[in-house]
Design a protein around this ligand. Structure first.
Ligand code: GUN
Length: 296
């Protein structure tokens, strides 16, 4: 068997196009959606992510502002900036790129963001709404995974979805998305993590195996049921002296051998990554629309 490659780039482009149309409609109503991106320090990967997010904004017609702070910025200073952005009516979405430097309490920062501008869907208010099945900002990577499955015609209802990784950004929200009694969901879900026993055995029971643990080539073919769908959320930088940048990006899945066992698989790069950015556009448009609806 050779797996079908799920083209995240193409699906993300389609979602961006839909977002662009919505931006046009909002502009007709007098509002241009605006995303404020907060970048603390100079972690190379975070800089790239923020740059990609701002480029996507430009493509879609969303205004983006960058607020870059030094790595040694104090927590009160960062909280002050968040407060300023919360109170700025021209800003519809606030994105604080994670991780933050060790001396800053990430939870405190996330909790400081106005939930109505929390386009990352990380605020406990929005996470709580997600868990109980209410409309909310869903965190971008898990929402992107669901869209990849939906738009690739992969049925989730009744399937056993096994997620490797229990992070607040991916594993936990993703489990809560696919378990809902909603379209594109209704799955039976298992979350595996570093303390899981019989990991391989559990993974082999997955109809849809989703890896989000951040370890290169962790998922091997003997962990995959023949014909399963494999979604690779991992984006790992590994040294590659022969490339221009000196590194290359690989996923959590040992792609070549696993693609001989799976029925469909996402590549890295070009799978889940572009979907995260596309869903951020969707959430920012939604934040702007909701602000406009509240005002009118
Ligand atoms: N760091 C890794 N993924 C994300 C994300 O989706 N949003 C933010 N803000 N930071 C991240």
């Amino acid at each position: 068997m050779t797996a079908k490659i799920i083209d995240g780039k193409a699906i993300a482009a389609q979602i961006r196009e839909e977002a662009k149309n919505e931006v046009e409609a909002l502009k007709d109503r007098g509002v241009t959606p605006c995303l404020a991106a907060v970048l603390v320090g100079d972690v190379a990967a975070s800089k790239v992510y923020v740059k990609n997010k701002r480029q996507a904004c430009e493509k879609v017609g969303i205004t983006s502002v960058l607020r870059a702070l030094a790595a040694d910025v104090s927590e009160p200073e960062l909280l002050k900036l968040i407060d300023e952005l919360n109170n700025d009516p021209a800003v519809h979405g606030i994105l604080v790129q994670l991780p933050l430097p060790k001396h800053i309490d990430e939870t405190k920062v996330i909790e400081a963001i106005d939930p109505s501008k929390d386009v990352d869907g990380f605020h406990p208010f929005n996470v709580g709404r997600l868990v109980i099945g209410l409309d909310t900002f869903r965190s971008c990577t898990p929402a992107g995974v669901q869209q990849l499955l939906l738009r690739s015609g992969i049925e989730v209802a009744g399937k056993h979805v096994v997620i490797i990784g229990r992070s607040n950004i991916v594993g936990k929200p993703l489990a809560n998305i696919v378990v809902q009694k909603q379209k594109g969901a209704n799955a039976t879900v298992t979350i595996c993590h570093s303390r899981t026993k019989n990991l391989n055995e559990i993974c082999r029971q997955a109809d849809i195996l989703i890896s989000a643990l951040g370890q290169p080539a962790f998922v091997k073919p003997d962990m995959v049921k023949p014909g399963a769908v494999v979604i690779d959320v991992g984006i790992n930088r590994i040294d590659c002296p022969s490339s221009d940048k000196g590194y290359k990006l690989v996923g959590d899945v040992d792609f070549e051998p696993v693609s001989k066992v799976a029925s469909a698989i996402t590549p890295v790069p070009g799978g889940v990554g572009p979907m995260t950015v596309a869903m951020l556009m969707v959430n920012t448009v939604k934040a702007a629309r909701m602000a406009l609806d509240r005002a009118s």
